[in-house]
Write a protein that binds this ligand. Structure first.
Ligand SMILES: NC(=O)c1ccc[n+]([C@@H]2O[C@H](COP(=O)([O-])OP(=O)(O)OC[C@H]3O[C@@H](n4cnc5c(N)ncnc54)[C@H](OP(=O)(O)O)[C@@H]3O)[C@@H](O)[C@H]2O)c1
Length: 288
């Protein structure tokens, strides 16, 4: 039999999660601060709770998806209170690793188990194969409810430390923004020469980034081992001539997205590591 699940917070993401649970055949109880936002879900089969404590009492598994982490604690302590005892709280509201650890302690004090979650999807992708959700916190809770959590997206469990899901969520966003930054600079260069950014992106940039992403596992192994012996494109060669900066300026394109990584590579060479691969720059960001 399918678990009963409560969803607190029915914004764009909370509503998508509740819909995915309904589609998977769960009995879903929903609560939202602005009650009217639950109407559509109720029409699609969810049960409406008039209070947080009523929602929490209806289900062992409680999903929390509101805007701000600071409000999650207030919601659980002041509005759910004793009803939380014996429940599992899965908080997918975005926060920091410290937020996650502090929330785990507050939820434990209310007698419940805690999982922190990081949703790597937009609402439209919930329930689709490309979406995944990071979880950290109680292993026991994750193992007991994994089948239900898989209704949202692939579940990826990272460990007992509740801070791991928010940390890895932010690390993934960092990778994404790095790629977006590269795209923006590339697009500005192509546009400065009158080219079509759309054509450049489809025919050249996407295949190039796809090919270059194949280098990441080897770079990651170097980062884990601290051994950065070059595999063919050492740092000294890469910064010997700042063609990217110079051409950008010549073309009237601001080099400000390129300058931070260029300056780190140059510093690493000045520190005597010119014969190493680009992965060795991580030593300037975080000393092992
Ligand atoms: N949307 C995305 O693409 C996405 C992706 C990954 C993660 N997330 C995360 O998911 C969480 C929710 O995002 P969303 O897109 O669903 O936001 P949203 O559409 O703006 O909805 C915000 C929700 O939070 C509720 N809320 C705000 N303050 C509250 C309070 N003090 N007490 C109780 N409820 C409160 C709102 O209730 P009312 O209806 O009463 O205002 C609403 O249900 C955020 O932490 C976000 O970072 C979102």
């Amino acid at each position: 039999m399918k678990n009963d699940v409560a969803v607190l917070g029915l914004g764009s993401m909370g509503a998508a999660l509740a819909d995915a649970l309904l589609a998977a055949g769960h009995r879903v109880t929903v609560w939202n601060r602005t009650a009217a936002r639950a109407d559509g879900l109720v029409e699609r089969g969810a049960h409406r709770a008039d209070s947080v404590s009523e929602a929490v009492a209806a289900a062992e598994l409680v999903i929390v998806c509101i805007l701000d982490y600071a409000d999650v604690g207030t919601l659980l302590e002041q509005q759910a209170g004793e009803a939380l005892a014996g429940r599992v709280v899965v908080n997918v509201t975005n926060g920091s690793p410290e937020d996650g650890r502090a929330m785990a302690a507050r939820v434990a004090a209310l007698g419940a188990e805690y999982l922190d979650g990081g949703i790597m999807a937009v609402p439209a992708l919930i329930g689709r194969p490309e979406a995944f959700v990071l979880y950290s916190g109680s292993t026991k809770a994750f193992e007991a409810h994994r089948g239900t959590l898989d209704s949202f997206a692939r579940s990826h469990y990272l460990g007992e430390d509740p801070g791991l899901a928010p940390l890895n969520d932010l690390a993934l966003l960092s990778g994404m923004y790095g790629m977006f930054g590269g795209f923006l600079h590339a697009a500005a260069l192509v546009r400065s020469a009158g080219g079509s950014v759309a054509e450049f992106t489809t025919t050249l940039l996407v295949p190039w980034l796809h090919a270059m992403s194949g280098a990441l596992p080897a770079m990651a192994a170097q980062t884990d081992s601290g051994e950065y012996a070059t595999t063919g494109s050492n740092l000294a060669m890469q910064v010997s001539h700042d063609a990217l900066g110079e051409v950008s300026r010549d073309q009237g394109v601001s080099p400000e997205l390129w300058e931070p990584i260029h300056s780190l590579m140059t510093r690493r060479v000045a520190d005597g590591h010119g014969d190493e691969d680009v992965a060795s720059v991580v030593e300037l960001l975080h000393r092992r």
